[in-house]
Design a protein around this ligand. Structure first.
Ligand code: MN
Length: 230
């Protein structure tokens, strides 16, 4: 490959710290929509009939654990969505369910923050979700843990507290599409690459947050995520 003299400074690599040392460089952020039945119902969908679908956030939407998240512009309805995040270590296309977990480097707890009013307007008008989902600093994520240390969690409590009160609570086993199924579907659409993150969907209980709110999420056996809205 040619070596370029860049005419502007190249963007820096976004990296998420890893438990035990080191950092995971982020390439892309994929998110699964409606992956818990109760949340699908609260959003007006039918959990029995909808195949998994995907949307994206830019890599630099990541907010590192403990850092503040600025309340974003252009919304009056910023929602939390607490999720298990899978970090892809080995890429591939058309990955089978049986092979899928071998492509996962590790896991973290994340928040798919959503400008619900913009997303709702986009849905109504048949327009893309990008501005409702992929805005600046829309993806707080906790320290990642290697699968070789914690295994591949398919059950365990997922919980989000806002100012100490439980807002979302479920079990990973309640996901409609398991992580192997998600990876099989997604890798049939795009070739997954090392550094990709996959937000695996949120349980019910999504609601608005305000400036000053403290969000603390935890995925049992995986880790936690913490941010304050400022
Ligand atoms: Mn989500």
């Amino acid at each position: 490959m040619a070596e370029y003299r860049y005419v502007i400074a190249p963007p820096s690599v976004v990296a998420v710290p890893v438990a035990g040392g080191g950092a995971f460089p982020v390439r892309r952020v994929f998110c699964v929509g409606r992956n818990y039945a109760e949340h699908t119902r609260e959003m007006g969908g039918d959990p029995d009939r909808e195949p998994p679908f995907f949307f994206m956030k830019p890599a630099d939407a990541v907010v590192l654990n403990g850092a503040d998240m600025p309340y974003p512009p252009a919304t009056k309805d910023l929602h939390h969505e607490m999720e298990l995040v899978a970090a892809i270590g080995t890429g591939g296309a058309d990955i089978t369910e049986q092979e899928a977990l071998a492509h996962v480097w590790g896991y973290g707890a994340g928040l798919d923050m959503t400008r619900r009013d913009l997303q709702g307007q986009a849905k109504k008008e048949g327009k893309p979700w990008d501005m409702g989902k992929g805005f600046d600093q829309s993806a707080p994520i906790g320290t990642l843990a290697a699968a070789e240390r914690i295994g591949h969690p398919s059950r365990g409590r997922i919980v989000l507290r806002v100012n100490g009160a439980v807002r979302q609570q479920a079990d990973l086993s309640q996901m409609i599409w398991s992580l192997p199924e998600i990876i099989a579907h997604l890798s049939a659409l795009v070739r997954l690459a090392p550094g990709d993150l996959i937000f695996t969907g949120t349980p019910s209980g999504v609601a608005a947050v305000a400036r000053g709110d403290l969000l603390e999420g935890e995925v049992e056996g995986v880790g936690s995520v913490r941010t304050r809205i400022v």
